[in-house]
Design a protein around this ligand. Structure first.
Ligand SMILES: [Zn+2]
Length: 310
């Protein structure tokens, strides 16, 4: 027996955000620059109350700030932006009981269709999982990718590739999750190799539906110690997931590495001691217990050295 979990309503297509239906009086949660980029005007959100201070790798404090400033008086939140903005919006709405509409403007986190919210607690990334975190509606409009800068597209696309391939291999992947993850990777790979941004946007949606019904694994578990040192999520995964795929003997190992080469990421190197980092990583049972191959602390130390290129 396995469930299919996803938001009750998903709209995909160019112009879908511009024509979106929403209740009166929504709170908009987004990152700085949303207004300048014209997102709010495009999506008809110009007259809404706006919180536009979601930072990259957002913290629980940001969510608490929104809840204390806007806790009452709203029935609906629109999260518009990258994974960070949507993760904060979903978490706040989950706590406050608001309706949630998610509009991704970068394509890779899959947050618009997952039951996951990643927030920093005491300086460390933690992921919260609950069916109550699902959006009521996801509006996926590839038009936003036209203006996205190269760096953002690159980091988001490799995140999506890491998510769907790790999830395909995860011990809890259902036939549905495997089907979606594989379709997502095919679409993303075609999009990246052919520099076709619309295919990347579509692949990202399929990725969210796939990995949202399974779990990421070792590649993500290894990545967070790099994120905690300020390395963008996608750039960290370019190396941690490549190493994890080789360790796991993943069928995607070679294809994933080819995409990392194509996108041309700058290498990463951990600042903190690897033994210390390994202790943090070993606590991440949510990811490690779903990895297809058991992972020991010694494995983790060795894999970190491999990620660092030595
Ligand atoms: Zn990710």
């Amino acid at each position: 027996m396995w469930p299919i979990r996803q938001p009750p309503r998903i709209t995909f297509g160019r112009g879908s955000a511009a024509g979106m239906d929403r209740p009166e009086g929504c709170l908009v949660v987004t990152s700085r620059g949303a207004a300048r980029r014209g997102w709010l005007e495009y999506a008809g959100l110009g007259d809404c109350d706006i919180f536009d201070s979601v930072e990259p790798n957002p913290s629980m404090e940001t969510a608490r700030r929104i809840l204390s400033e806007f806790g009452s008086g709203f029935g609906c939140v629109v999260g518009i932006g990258g994974g960070s903005a949507m993760d904060v919006a979903k978490y706040c709405a989950f706590k406050a009981g608001w309706r949630k509409i998610m509009v991704p403007t970068t394509f890779g986190s899959g947050s618009e269709v997952t039951r996951i919210s990643v927030l920093k607690v005491d300086g460390k990334k933690r992921s919260f999982h609950d069916d109550g975190i699902f959006a009521d509606e996801a509006v996926v409009d590839p038009a936003f990718i036209d203006d996205a800068d190269e760096e953002v597209v690159r980091n988001s696309a490799i995140d999506a590739c890491a998510q769907c391939t790790e999830a395909f291999d995860s011990t809890i992947a259902s036939p549905y999750a495997k089907f979606m993850c594989n379709a997502a990777f095919d679409m993303l790979e075609g999009g990246i190799l052919g520099m076709d941004r619309d295919r990347i946007a579509m692949g990202s949606l399929l990725d969210g539906l796939g990995f949202g019904n399974a779990s990421t694994t070792l590649g993500h578990a290894l990545s967070y110690v790099y994120s905690n040192e300020g390395i963008p999520h996608g750039r960290a995964l370019a190396f941690t997931t490549a190493v994890a795929h080789r360790f796991n003997g993943s069928r995607y190992a070679a294809r994933f590495s080819r995409l990392v080469d194509k996108l041309g990421f700058e290498g990463v190197r951990l600042k903190q001691d690897r033994d210390e980092a390994a202790d943090t990583i070993m606590e991440d049972r949510k990811h490690l217990d779903r990895n297809p191959v058991p992972v020991s602390r010694d494995d983790v130390v060795r894999l970190l050295a491999e990620v660092d290129g030595g």
